[in-house]
Design a protein around this ligand. Structure first.
Ligand SMILES: Nc1nc2c(c(=O)[nH]1)N[C@H]1C(S)=C(S)[C@@H](COP(=O)(O)OP(=O)(O)OC[C@H]3O[C@@H](n4cnc5c(=O)[nH]c(N)nc54)[C@H](O)[C@@H]3O)O[C@H]1N2
Ligand SMILES: Nc1nc2c(c(=O)[nH]1)N[C@H]1C(S)=C(S)[C@@H](COP(=O)(O)OP(=O)(O)OC[C@H]3O[C@@H](n4cnc5c(=O)[nH]c(N)nc54)[C@H](O)[C@@H]3O)O[C@H]1N2
Ligand code: SF4
Ligand SMILES: [Mo]
Length: 712
């Protein structure tokens, strides 16, 4: 008999409601849950792959132990014992910093990893914590910390109530939105236009999102900070902000908000005239003026910047300026602008408790002196911290829900470094490009076998919503959840065993599980929900539109907006110096595809079928210059080496810019991904230089790196 179960999709930030039909132990259908108040029946093509992940014969179901090049299945007891013994020995011999950990993107969608995973990794006491943050949203978090006082206080665009949506460096029609949890962005953008509003996309590629916009402007990769400074220049110059009104109490009033740093911002922007910015950004001066005027004079408007803005050499500055410009034009914490959420579980007070405190540059990395952020070091230094001998050298690595060999620049070097480790363990369902280097792989249950509540992404949703789903399938005999794996390891290597009652704590934590923590979080949260209440609402609950939250929510000690924090002012000289230089040749950007998800969903036949997606996109004029022919192979080179992929010629690319998506390169020997290896592609991160970073924040520059192309 068929039964239908309602839950949310865990594959991306949109968190759509899905209706999963099951017959026996087989999923026969996955479609959108029409009754979900937020996603209203929308799903993207990836949703059906939830079933593929569950049934994938390549998904590991048993711990694996490697001996040289051969793997064998092992019992949980043996595997956990081996991991803890090895890690303890390494810690005893070399100290706690010798154990490093890397956490990847799916952590954000996994309640077990967000609770017990943090407990394990953040109590290791190591300075060598790494995550996908420094390949992603770090600059937004840094700006949230420096401007609003807390690294988790990242605002989201009020897309459903704005009349102008300027989209900078994001492609939500492919990505389904990021730091903007909003299922079905396409309909939401359409609604803006239907209510007479405008959508403008600024991107080096005329993207799927740009195709649905009123206007698209090309911008040269890596130059957003200059574009934003010039827009701020216009805002001051044309007196488009009320900051020139008499200051109250020494501060300038921006609507309801008190702010400091306005004069510093004015000074910083003074030399960036639209004309000067135009030569660097490729955006016409008249367009820069027009954008600034439109943003400032539209009552409900928002400038939304995402990954294209922050994973570049001036990502720190650009992410700050996005917030500053919205504030200056009266669109911060205002309806239709960049707003702050009121999630059912407030992560702010919880984050500190698990050691995820706000902090920046409190210490530097051992080898090349890169800044710490929130207790983590940037991915750009992981390889060198493994390779470089001496006190504090990394000897062991724990990876959890991450595939850094494909996801971080310098993948080839990183995999050599991984081979040199004394010990590596991966908590991961697949033997892939990264985990094949582990000595032990500990595979968790599938997304359909575990419960779910999106504690992280609900905090960045454009409406306040909450939805809990119990496991759909009873887990396989002897399968372990992520949280159980993490707890088992923590008990043996993390918990201070000398502490009296450590065993009791462990037993209590094992009994609690993530659900109990969730329940407490919901009860003490602003909407006073509970797990039992949510269990009754199988389609999720709508907790209302976003509301202005300042000044109460501001976390700066003086309860003002800090519009010009010193680290940014100090970085402006670098912008001046570097972006003044003449440029020629081609630069690389990435792209996302609706049917792909970073590196790890290419083992689903229905997602990868069709023409190859790991291709070089290039403008027709550039193709002619470099003698590339559509459909033929191109060799793309940097000083790190080269990759060869098919050419796709298209005028959707800006001249001088080429694009190759990341997350491919499934041809590494030793991976067990039967489908993905048939659609291998190449890894663009093999040739992107890890040394190119935003030196302010430490974030890797994934976009805007120079490359050379030639027929292969
Ligand atoms: N050139 C370039 N590089 C990029 C980017 C880019 O735009 N361009 N984007 C960057 C961004 S934004 C990100 S977030 C990173 C992503 O970087 P990573 O997080 O390192 O890589 P993913 O491909 O997301 O790999 C996820 C891993 O988690 C495993 N996994 C999936 N579900 C679970 C689970 O429930 N539990 C556990 N334990 N494991 C699970 C998968 O098998 C896989 O090994 O890549 C970055 N790299
Ligand atoms: N289908 C799918 N969905 C995903 C993912 C996926 O891999 N596949 N990954 C998920 C993850 S981990 C994340 S972080 C989010 C990211 O979500 P988004 O931020 O929407 O990411 P992208 O789709 O890569 O869009 C980034 C855009 O920035 C542009 N860009 C590149 N360089 C620059 C630049 O210098 N300046 C400007 N202004 N634009 C630039 C690119 O052309 C691209 O259109 O997506 C998530 N959703
Ligand atoms: S957009 Fe697609 S992948 Fe993302 S949550 Fe919705 S159905 Fe899942
Ligand atoms: Mo990401």
């Amino acid at each position: 008999m068929a039964t239908t179960h309602y839950r949310s999709c865990t594959l991306c930030e949109a968190g759509c409601g899905v209706a999963v039909t099951v017959e026996g132990d087989r999923v026969t259908d996955i479609r959108g849950d029409e009754a979900d108040p937020f996603s209203k029946g929308y799903v993207c093509p990836k949703a059906t792959a939830l079933a593929d992940l569950h049934t994938d014969p390549d998904r590991l179901r048993t711990p694996m132990i490697r001996d040289g090049t051969t793997w064998r299945e092992a019992s949980w007891d043996e595997a956990i014992e081996l991991v803890s013994t090895r890690l303890k020995n390494i810690r005893r011999a070399y100290g706690k910093h010798a154990i490093a950990a890397y956490q990847g993107n799916p952590t954000a969608h996994n309640l077990g990893l967000l609770t017990y995973g943090q407990l394990l990794l953040r109590t290791l006491g190591t300075k060598n914590l790494y995550s996908a943050t420094s390949l992603d949203q770090l600059p937004h978090m840094l700006a949230a910390l420096l401007v609003f006082g807390n690294q988790l206080l990242m605002p989201v665009p009020d897309i459903d109530r704005c009349d102008l949506f300027i989209c900078l460096g994001a492609n939500p029609l492919a990505s389904n939105g990021s730091i903007m949890t909003a299922p079905d962005v396409k309909s939401r953008l359409k609604a803006i236009r239907e209510r007479g509003g405008k959508v403008i996309v600024i991107d080096p590629r005329r993207t799927e999102t740009a195709d649905k916009a009123d206007r698209h402007l090309f911008v040269r990769p890596g130059t957003d900070a200059v574009l934003l400074l010039a827009m701020i220049h216009v805002v001051f110059d044309a007196k488009l902000t009320n900051v020139d009104a008499p200051p109250v109490g020494g501060n300038v009033v921006l609507g309801r908000l008190q702010a400091t740093g306005i004069e510093e911002l004015r000074t910083a922007a003074a030399k960036w005239t639209p004309e000067r910015a135009s030569t660097i950004t490729g955006v016409a001066a008249a367009d820069i003026r027009g954008l600034a005027h439109q943003l400032a004079t539209t009552k409900r408007a928002v400038l939304y910047g995402r990954i294209g803005v922050c994973t570049q050499e001036f990502g720190g500055l650009a992410a700050w300026l996005v917030y500053a410009l919205n504030a200056l034009t009266g669109h911060l914490d205002e309806i239709g602008g960049l707003m702050f959420t009121t999630p059912a579980i407030d992560p702010l007070p919880l984050a500190d408790k698990i050691g995820f405190d706000g902090g920046f540059a409190r210490w530097k990395s051992r080898v090349s002196g890169k800044p710490e952020f929130g207790g983590e070091l940037p991915m750009s230094v992981l390889a060198e911290e493994i390779e470089t001998g001496g006190d504090g050298q990394i000897r062991a690595l724990i990876t959890s829900a991450g595939n850094p060999v494909l996801s971080s620049p310098g993948g080839r070097r990183l995999e050599k470094a991984l081979e040199s480790l004394d010990f590596m363990v991966s908590i991961d369902p697949y033997m892939n490009e990264t985990t094949r280097h582990a000595h032990v792989i500990l595979p968790p249950t599938s997304p359909l076998e575990r419960s779910h509540y999106d504690v992280a992404l609900n905090a960045f949703a454009v409406r306040n919503v909450a939805r809990y789903c119990p496991p759909l399938f009873e887990r396989a005999v002897d399968a372990r959840h992520d949280w159980e794996i993490c707890l088992a390891l923590w008990t043996r290597i993390g918990a201070p065993s000398k502490l009296p009652g450590a065993r009791l704590v462990e037993r209590a934590l094992a009994k609690l599980g993530p659900e109990a923590i969730l329940d407490i979080g919901l009860r003490i949260g602003p909407h006073k929900l509970s797990l039992s209440k949510l269990k009754r609402e199988v389609h999720g609950v709508d907790l209302g539109a976003l509301e202005p939250r300042f000044p109460a929510r501001l976390c700066t000690p003086d309860k003002t907006l800090h519009l010009a924090p010193a680290p940014y002012l100090g970085d402006l000289a670098r912008l001046e110096r570097e972006l003044g230089k003449p440029t020629n040749g081609l630069v690389m950007i990435g792209r996302r595809h609706l049917r792909s998800n970073n590196s790890w969903m290419h083992n689903s036949e229905r997602l990868v079928k069709g023409p190859p997606r790991c291709t070089l996109l290039i403008h027709p004029d550039d193709a002619a210059t470099y003698k590339l022919v559509d459909g033929n192979q191109a060799k793309i080179s940097t000083k790190l080496g080269s990759i060869t992929v098919p050419v796709e010629i298209s005028d959707e690319m800006m001249r001088g810019v080429v694009s190759v998506p990341h997350g491919w390169g499934h041809n590494r020997v030793g991976s067990r991904l039967r489908v993905a290896s048939q659609h291998a592609g190449e890894s663009v991160n093999d040739i992107l230089d890890p040394a190119r970073i935003d030196t302010l924040s430490g974030t890797s520059a994934l976009t805007g790196q120079p490359v050379e192309v030639a027929p292969a």
